[in-house]
Design a binder for this molecule. Structure first.
Ligand SMILES: Nc1ncnc2c1ncn2[C@@H]1O[C@H](COP(=O)(O)OP(=O)(O)OP(=O)(O)O)[C@@H](O)[C@H]1O
Length: 244
């Protein structure tokens, strides 16, 4: 059997007064697009940050292509591309400078033109980061996540806040990543149904459903993924955990 690209085994992550991940286990197969779903506060960002080595789990094991993201951070950086919500980048640098900076971290990066074309920012190359719109900043963070030709890609809320055209363009970009393994955090069920081979649904830090979108829908006898989400979490997508 092929080795999983990502292994999460019995992972627990706590913040001072909150358990963000409680005994979470999952496997992501090479080349698969895995959707990570859940209401606000369910633990999705904590999960992808832990996979990216940005958080050390209190218990359990994480492996990315067999590597420990905390202990082997440098090696993991070479194979993993991460787009996080509200990425902070150097405001005074231009789009082109930021892309070049990130290309320099990698042995065989994509050409800058290609990275910018993937997110339709070619025309904005000489614009400083602080002058970009929110959606353009987000698209740039996707380009920077992909510039090193990573084998595993983490996309946290890929298209939140983007216009319909930009969303479709980024969907096509994700669809073009055929050999890469992708973890996609999303609240948009149309996006998940279109892009994801499988989903995991987190609720209060635990995995409450796992399978292909169609399997998850069937399992709860729902008519759509939206409805399955509601039934499994008792809340609507985007509704806060605290509001339950
Ligand atoms: N730095 C932090 N310090 C303390 N608690 C935190 C911190 N980050 C997250 N949490 C808590 O951990 C839990 C999981 O948060 P996380 O950001 O992983 O959820 P999420 O599913 O990504 O939410 P969203 O959909 O809003 O992005 C929440 O209860 C949150 O309040």
């Amino acid at each position: 059997m092929t080795e999983p690209a990502v292994v999460v085994d019995a992972v627990r992550v706590t913040y001072r007064d909150a358990v963000a991940l409680d005994d979470v286990s999952l496997r992501v197969r090479p080349g698969e697009v895995l959707g990570v779903l859940g209401v606000n506060g369910a633990g999705k960002t904590t999960l992808v940050e832990t996979i990216a080595g940005l958080r050390r789990p209190d218990a359990g094991t994480v492996r990315v292509l067999g590597l420990d993201p905390v202990a082997q951070r440098r090696a993991v950086r070479r194979v993993l591309g991460v787009q996080l919500q509200e990425a902070r980048l150097h405001d005074a640098l231009t789009v082109g400078e930021l892309v070049d900076l990130h290309r320099a971290f990698h042995a065989d990066p994509r050409p800058a033109d290609e990275a910018l074309a993937m997110v339709e920012l070619t025309e904005r190359r000489d614009v400083r980061f602080e002058r970009l719109s929110g959606g353009q900043q987000q698209r740039l963070s996707v380009a920077l996540a992909l510039v090193g030709r990573p084998r595993v890609v983490v996309l946290d809320e890929l298209t939140t806040g983007l216009d319909p055209r930009a969303r479709r363009r980024l969907w096509a970009t994700v669809e073009s990543l055929t050999s890469e393994t992708v973890l996609l955090v999303s609240h948009a069920m149309d996006e998940v149904e279109r892009l994801c081979d499988r989903v995991v649904l987190l609720d209060a830090g635990r995995v409450v459903a796992e399978g292909s979108p169609a399997e998850v829908v069937d399992r709860v006898g729902a008519a759509s993924l939206d409805e399955a989400f509601l039934r499994l979490t008792g809340r609507a997508p985007g509704e806060d955990e605290d509001a339950a």
